[in-house]
Design a protein around this ligand. Structure first.
Ligand code: SF4
Length: 383
């Protein structure tokens, strides 16, 4: 993130990521990590975010000094990194995740320090023996204190049972999400499975998605999917269709080569590939278009989106398909409260737009879709 982030004088202690050997014993449920955007929105950190004043989702992460016990190749939190950095010094995705006391976070939101920006809260689990129990504790405390702000659970299917999902629903969780991330069994296995000494299994993740469909119901569950880890556009969109057919929604992330992860040298997803997948995902999730109506070339690239051209043009001009996808806010089901500013790209080369696109942004997106090597920075410099 291009935010200028400096700890500020505040009655609440917020702890930026720290160096190895000085990582203190801060653990959930007393403490949580939060995205930098959430900390800025809550006035826990001073800073500004490029072209967006705030995030509408308070993204939290359970935290333990001993860290996540999984070892996913693309993740900055992976276990193999414990040799070179303290857990608190690792990034979840791209941006820093500072730590604060959960009770202080709740109090700040109750006191309106977010200026009513938060339309949703999200608890991200990690692979840790305490993660499930602590997620329940955090959920209970939030629902008791701030029942008007719905909660999403970004789950860890590897450690969860059917009864765990039922319990979360009964306690007031609104949306249940599974970070499938990789969309083919092979890529899943190579990036998150036995190959990299990580405990996750493709079938376990799909079983959790099916449980979520049963327990949480239509529109109340979803999947995180990372675009650009070796799958084709067709493979990605067919998984989007499978999730949609179950009743869920798809939350897309552009692959970002996180420094220190095993995939740090893999290039980001090509911009034209990413834009076509963003558009196809939106058509599947919100416009009733099916992959069977789309056409793909021999390399799996979309060559026909299955929508009448003038209608498709109007949709592209709206810019909506290119905004960050995720759990909805108050106003519009198709606009995510969870805009994750600069979580998958830099402000100079935006992949998921955390704000409404203007005409110049859309013009850049169109050039990217046509295969031009142009970044969103061009929208600010072209006249
Ligand atoms: S889209 Fe955002 S709010 Fe929803 S589960 Fe994912 S991180 Fe949480």
């Amino acid at each position: 993130m291009n935010a200028r982030v400096e700890p500020m004088a505040t009655p609440v202690n917020v702890y930026p990521p720290v160096e190895k050997d000085t990582a203190p014993e801060r653990r959930s449920p007393e403490y949580v990590q939060m995205s930098t955007a959430a900390a800025i929105t809550l006035r826990l950190l001073a800073g500004t975010m490029h072209r967006t004043a705030c995030t509408n989702c308070l993204n939290l992460l359970v935290t333990y000094p001993e860290g996540c016990r999984a070892n996913c190749s693309y993740c900055g939190l992976a276990r193999h990194r414990e040799e070179d950095s303290a857990y608190a010094d690792r990034n979840f995705i791209r941006v820093d995740w500072p730590t604060a006391r959960f009770a202080d976070v709740i109090e700040r939101v109750q006191n309106g320090r977010d200026h009513a920006a938060f339309e949703r809260m999200c608890i991200s689990m990690i692979t840790h023996p305490q993660s499930g129990e602590d997620t329940v504790t955090l959920l209970d405390q939030w629902v008791a204190a701030l029942p008007h702000i719905p909660v999403s659970i970004l789950s860890n299917p590897t450690t969860m049972t059917y009864a765990d999902l039922e319990d979360l629903k009964r306690r007031g969780a609104d949306i249940f999400t599974v970070a499938l991330d990789a969309v083919t069994p092979e890529i899943f296995e190579q990036t998150r499975g036995k190959t990299v000494q990580s405990p996750h299994r493709w079938d376990t993740y799909w079983r959790a998605i099916e449980w979520a469909a049963e327990i949480f119901g239509p529109e109340k569950f979803g999947a995180h999917l990372i675009c650009g880890m070796g799958e084709t556009e067709q493979e990605m969109l067919e998984v989007c269709q499978r999730i949609r057919d179950l009743g869920g929604h798809n939350h897309l992330f552009a692959f970002f080569p996180e420094q220190g992860s095993r995939m740090q040298d893999r290039p980001p997803v090509p911009r034209d590939h990413w834009r076509r997948v963003q558009l196809g995902r939106y058509l599947i999730d919100y416009a009733g278009v099916r992959t069977t109506a789309m056409r793909f070339d021999a390399e799996g690239r979309v060559v026909d989106f299955g929508m009448e051209p003038t209608e498709l043009d109007a949709l592209i001009d709206s810019g909506t398909p290119f905004r960050t996808s995720g759990c909805p806010g108050r106003e519009d089901e198709a606009i995510s409260a969870c805009n994750r500013p600069y979580g998958d790209s830099s402000p100079g080369d935006i992949y998921s737009f955390p704000f409404a696109l203007n005409g110049r942004d859309v013009a850049v997106v169109r050039r990217q879709m046509a295969g031009e090597d142009v970044t969103s920075f061009a929208a600010e410099t072209d006249d």
